[in-house]
Design a protein around this ligand. Structure first.
Ligand SMILES: [Mg+2]
Length: 271
């Protein structure tokens, strides 16, 4: 498989904003905590901890509705300067392993550690060490996925969340991808998932029944992308912007944002 040889780590802090707030105020530990806009200002939830998630609360949910689900929910206004400072501390640790860092948001990044000779050049050991160092330095837990490409590394980092590590080695790619629901594929939203379902496709294994020509006919150029993803292929490089990255997260979440994409747009990295 073409991806063999690269070592990509996707690092993702666990409920980052909420974790930082709880770190700053240990009294919040064990309680349901969210960061976001206020319920009476039509705000939405940006992040919440696992205690809050147990009530069904998730990011992009209207804060008023979240409060209904969990009347004891503590909702804190975001403090982006603090989150940025913690993010910088975490990035300093990443930089000890590679210059090839692609931040996706304040708490999430791809690292290409293919040429890193620390930890005997083992992607798994590098990820383990980064997790331990971040926890030690910032008291924030991070989950990591290690794989030969970005697509698989990102799915892997989500696999054992929170505070987890998941490694997909080249010889595991086929089994790992086969059972993946297609809605986990990058770019497959509700509409595409529904369309695929009508074609009898729910997993990547189902998707593999279709030829490249079939896929292109059904979905245009995105079809060939799906064809590759269903086989665990993703050639996208880890893209470093040499201009200083500023992360636009200043939005206060005080206006209702219609969906998760809209929230992510407000947290997207501007280059
Ligand atoms: Mg995160």
């Amino acid at each position: 498989m073409q991806d063999t040889g690269r070592k990509i780590i996707h690092v993702d802090c666990d409920c980052f904003y909420a974790s930082v707030e709880i770190r700053e105020n240990p009294d919040l530990r064990g309680r349901s905590v969210a960061v976001g806009g206020m319920p009476d200002q039509r705000g939405v939830i940006a992040t919440c901890n696992y205690e809050a998630r147990a009530f069904g609360i998730h990011s992009a949910m209207a804060s008023a509705y979240a409060r209904k689900l969990c009347p004891d929910l503590i909702i804190l206004k975001p403090c982006f300067d603090l989150y940025k400072a913690v993010s910088r501390d975490i990035h300093r640790i990443f930089a000890d392993y590679t210059d090839l860092i692609e931040p996706l948001s304040l708490d999430e990044a791809y690292l290409d550690v293919t040429d890193c000779d620390k930890c005997h050049g083992s992607g798994t050991l590098i990820a383990r060490e980064i997790r331990a160092r971040v926890k030690e330095a910032t008291r924030i837990t991070v989950s990591a996925g290690v794989a030969p490409n970005k697509f698989l590394a990102k799915i892997a980092s989500d696999w054992n969340k929170p505070d987890g590590l998941c490694v997909v080695t080249p010889d595991q790619i086929d089994d790992f991808v086969r059972q993946l629901p297609v809605r986990k594929l990058h770019g497959v939203g509700k509409a595409t998932a529904a369309r695929l379902k009508r074609m009898g496709v729910e997993t990547c294994e189902d998707l593999r029944q279709f030829s490249l020509v079939d896929m292109t006919q059904h979905f245009g150029s995105f079809g060939s992308r799906l064809y590759e993803l269903a086989r665990g292929i993703d050639q996208r490089p880890v893209e470093v912007s040499w201009r200083r990255k500023s992360i636009s997260v200043e939005n206060t979440y005080d206006h209702d944002l219609p969906d998760i994409e809209a929230v992510q747009l407000h947290v997207v990295v501007q280059t």
